[in-house]
Design a protein around this ligand. Sequence first.
Ligand SMILES: *[C@@H]1O[C@H](CO)[C@@H](O)[C@H](O)[C@H]1NC(C)=O
Ligand SMILES: *[C@@H]1O[C@H](CO)[C@@H](O)[C@H](O)[C@H]1NC(C)=O
Ligand SMILES: *[C@@H]1O[C@H](CO)[C@@H](O)[C@H](O)[C@H]1NC(C)=O
Ligand SMILES: *[C@@H]1O[C@H](CO)[C@@H](O)[C@H](O)[C@H]1NC(C)=O
Ligand SMILES: *[C@@H]1O[C@H](CO)[C@@H](O)[C@H](O)[C@H]1NC(C)=O
Ligand SMILES: *[C@@H]1O[C@H](CO)[C@@H](O)[C@H](O)[C@H]1NC(C)=O
Ligand SMILES: *[C@@H]1O[C@H](CO)[C@@H](O)[C@H](O)[C@H]1NC(C)=O
Ligand SMILES: *[C@@H]1O[C@H](CO)[C@@H](O)[C@H](O)[C@H]1NC(C)=O
Length: 374
Amino acid sequence: MHFTSPISSLATCGVALCSRSRPYSSKVSTPASYNSPDSTGKRAVGFFGNWDIYARNFTFTDIPAQKLTHISYAFANINSTTGEVFLSDTWADIEKPYPNDKQNRSLKTLLSSTIIDDEECRTTFAKSAVKLMYDLGFDGLDYDYEYQNSSTQATSFVGLLKKTRAEMDTYTNSSAPFLLTADGIAEYLDFWNFMGFDYSGSWNTTEGYFAGHAQNLYASIDSLATPFNTSTAIDYYISNGVSASKINLGNPLYAHAFLNTDGPGSPFIGSGNGSFEDTGGVWNYNQLPLAGSNATVIEIEELGASYSYDSASKTMMSYDTPAIASQKAQCVIDQGLGGAMWWEISMDKTGDESLVGATVETFGQLETSQNRLD
Ligand SMILES: *[C@@H]1O[C@H](CO)[C@@H](O)[C@H](O)[C@H]1NC(C)=O
Ligand SMILES: *[C@@H]1O[C@H](CO)[C@@H](O)[C@H](O)[C@H]1NC(C)=O
Ligand SMILES: *[C@@H]1O[C@H](CO)[C@@H](O)[C@H](O)[C@H]1NC(C)=O
Ligand SMILES: *[C@@H]1O[C@H](CO)[C@@H](O)[C@H](O)[C@H]1NC(C)=O
Ligand SMILES: *[C@@H]1O[C@H](CO)[C@@H](O)[C@H](O)[C@H]1NC(C)=O
Ligand SMILES: *[C@@H]1O[C@H](CO)[C@@H](O)[C@H](O)[C@H]1NC(C)=O
Ligand SMILES: *[C@@H]1O[C@H](CO)[C@@H](O)[C@H](O)[C@H]1NC(C)=O
Ligand SMILES: *[C@@H]1O[C@H](CO)[C@@H](O)[C@H](O)[C@H]1NC(C)=O
């Protein structure tokens, strides 16, 4: 694959659908025949942010390409008036020179974007996104939509997917089908990424101040400690007709911090600093444990969750350990899900402590469908 292409976007034609200043999600997809050449291989989808090359000091050549089947490049912008999709940082996206391209026929690259309500905008969006994808040599598009909250939005989204798929189908001169992916709506998608994270965090100050697990598989009897859980939500999607093999379990490569707390299910006050100025309360996994911290790491298999707790500073951090990542990977296998996704790959550790590595090792086999390198 060529890492010299990018895109994905978060915007809307007229309406701001994504209120977050910093996106935490992702997804991906492709025609079933292209996407699932074998029944055992899993997807490993890593998000890469085009801002990673700056303060994060993480570039294309740092991507653990051997452990991934798809890379989603975040994000392209959308012109809010016309719906046109365009590059958000042309220096990072296409101009910055690299010593060599990585090539791997099994590694697919995806372009991400969002939804729009206006019919004309949707048409412009679909045409411009597919053209950009084609011109830059991407294997598909990834739609990041956080979050649909009405049937009107859902209907608009389906309309956009339909247009996008039709537009992709006009590029029939290519050797492999293009991939279309997004959160939540499976009908037109090859696969989608379930955001199994951000279940709790600094924002939850409205109903009391409870520190909670942010990416637990299962619910605790102490519901304050687990306001949400992955298992119930995925069961819900499957029981409503989404095929399990199209669902990738999304995982964070970062921690949510809770200060002045006794731990999960207890009140907290504040979330403190983060890895970067724009990420208060959120720490890269590869920066943990923090220097000077005496935090103990606790793994709770019944919850499929782990966290660290520093009793001196009364700080809790909710994040996955390699053992929990393996447990989640086994859950993906046992439930017949399609694979895993991560937000985002610059935040992982390397070696034995890598969460991507622990997951992929448990999967054993990754899917090997070919990209459009030609
Ligand atoms: C639903 O989404 C729209 C558009 O993003 C937003 O303006 C509105 O506040 C959301 N409503 C709820 C209840 O979250
Ligand atoms: C960026 O990372 C490279 C290795 O990947 C390292 O040699 C270099 O010192 C780092 N630069 C900064 C400013 O941290
Ligand atoms: C290509 O990537 C796959 C994983 O997706 C890996 O197993 C394989 O070794 C890679 N091949 C090369 C030549 O890097
Ligand atoms: C959006 O498109 C309109 C019409 O082509 C153009 O005038 C405007 O500058 C564009 N806005 C952005 C942010 O590119
Ligand atoms: C493939 O089809 C697209 C859309 O019709 C066209 O723009 C492009 O030039 C074609 N490419 C080749 C190599 O024929
Ligand atoms: C805040 O947390 C409580 C309990 O932990 C949960 O019931 C509630 O839904 C959360 N609120 C939000 C907005 O996430
Ligand atoms: C599990 O999570 C779902 C939503 O993800 C929530 O509706 C349900 O109440 C949770 N179950 C328990 C026992 O907390
Ligand atoms: C956050 O960072 C600022 C500036 O570096 C520092 O003064 C402050 O003590 C930090 N806060 C916490 C809770 O660590």
